[in-house]
Design a protein around this ligand. Sequence first.
Ligand SMILES: N[C@@H](CCC[C@H](N)C(=O)O)C(=O)O
Length: 282
Amino acid sequence: MRLDFTKMHGAGNDFVVIDATRRPFDLSPQQLRALGDRRFGVGCDQILVVEPALSGDAADFRYRIFNGADGSEVEQCGNGSRCFLRYVIDKGLTTQPRVRVRTVNALLELVLAEDGRVRVDMGPPRLDPASLPFDPQGLAPDARGFWPLTLADGVAVQAALVSMGNPHAVLLVDDVDAAPVALLGPQVQALSRFSQGVNVGFLQIQARDRARIRVYERGAGETLACGTGTCAAVVAGIRAGLLDAAVEVQARGGQLRIEWDGQGSVFMTGPASTVFEGSIEL
Ligand SMILES: N[C@@H](CCC[C@H](N)C(=O)O)C(=O)O
């Protein structure tokens, strides 16, 4: 079948976006992997499928998210949600600057700011192990909320565990550039305690309102930015008493602003850009 698509990115986290609002369809895992392949397909970190809302739902749209490397469906994608809003506005699928979208497990509210960035109400974080899910047997978090994890080669790390609808483990590092992301990311992911896998964030705190981040994503490897990973990392930093309620976070592909009052929703503000459009035979 021939498929029209739009290539987008949010802070360097890149997406193939597909309009399924007029014609519902399912892509097989093989087709999703073909789209995500950077050599034999279009290439992207995630594939976003925009669908109409179910009748009677409070949402304006639904959208589904798939990791491009393995075709797995996931619950949330922060950078993708900003691209979703840009997409439905640019394609004339809505005339509203404020839109609600249903994901697998949440209802997000997004608004286009005057400067062209998108602000997303990402909902509240969840901190209970069951929400990731994470098997805590025999472990307890320290006073700052970090859990002691022992990796396969015996290396011990401390990770804050946060669900933003999808699972995140956050490690504090002194320097993200020097952090062994490609080594530790897969090792943390390999822990059987994370039965649904986990995204692994490496957070460098520079000041109470400024940080840097790298994320080794589930189903994608290291990406240039991860919206939910950045939200999770800032939540972990605020809970540990290291960050204030509003933080500018620099990822390798761009900057995100994250706000959290310690109780309610996490708000994420950042860019969303279209790169090109095309069609591909799958
Ligand atoms: N890049 C995303 C997260 C995409 C999903 C993630 N890889 C997972 O498997 O949970 C973001 O911006 O949040």
